[in-house]
Write a protein that binds this ligand. Sequence first.
Ligand SMILES: [Zn+2]
Length: 353
Amino acid sequence: MGLIRSTIIKVFIILIIVFPVFISLKTVAETGAEAEPPIIPVLVYHRVISKVTSIYDFTPEQLEEHLKYIRDNGYTPITALQMVESMDNPEQLPSKPVVLTFDDGHKSHYSNVYPLLKKYGYQGTFFVYTDVIAEKSEKQLTWDELREMLQDGMDIQAHTKSHPYLTKISKHETEAAYQKRLTNELQASKLVIEEQLQEEVKLLAYPYGWFNQSIENVAFRAGYRGIFTVNWGTNLPSADCSRLKRRVMENKMTKEEFETILTARPLPIEIIYPEDAGIINKAPEIQFKIPGFATDKVEIKVRSLVAEIARNEDGVFVWSGLQKLTPGYYLIIVKGHDHENRPFINSWGFEYR
Ligand SMILES: [Zn+2]
């Protein structure tokens, strides 16, 4: 009798312990999303003007459509600085953050963007290159305008001094002269903004997104704490702050494309070749793994070339669709969907010399 009774008690105790665990596991499984950290999409806009002349120009009405979408779908805009500073404490992040950035210091950022952001109660980040910022200008922002925007909660950060392709070395430039020019591009712009606005500059956005390891080293020596590329994709709070992703917005994007940009999670890519921001002189056979990703087919895009590729028997994705390359910086963009058809995306770049 004693044995049966103690067995019944044991089973009872086990049930008491296991049942709540079972319930809580079920809760996580049912709500799924709770277990996932928030993703941080960073959007890049350029000029916001009435008469658009390039795919990167937005009319004020088109920008407002995006702001309305952001408001109506529960997103909370934060600045790029708030994003970088909350990476160590992701619990500080809103559940659906988004970062609105505006590059190149165009006058329309004061006349059109700033009033629109204020109308919605949003903050934005303005990456400016300092050679074009003056005391008076018809086309570009002035220091007075930037001071006013900063005081009103806008975030002003660096985009170099003269907006060059940082990876390009001039024909007769020595390595030492190039290094000196790089340092000046990254350091002088930071110091000029800090002096003019009396506010520390902690972030850098690479012009055109072109960079390599040695440029990154110079940027860190200049004191930047967060560096933004234009590699496609969204950022997890655990992302590498030296290579944060941003997506350049184009005025022809559909509402569905915009929605995907805001919601696609980072594809967990393990790059095999070519390495991220590497320099190569032969058209590469692209190779990577996506460990733990549920589906076996992804789409790969490099400039205008798009292909669907499948995982091979070694678990590797291989693509040799690049043949003749001209010198420049190339982005490799990989997109996929999980079994629930949710979009995933990731990208990295290489320089072909
Ligand atoms: Zn730019």
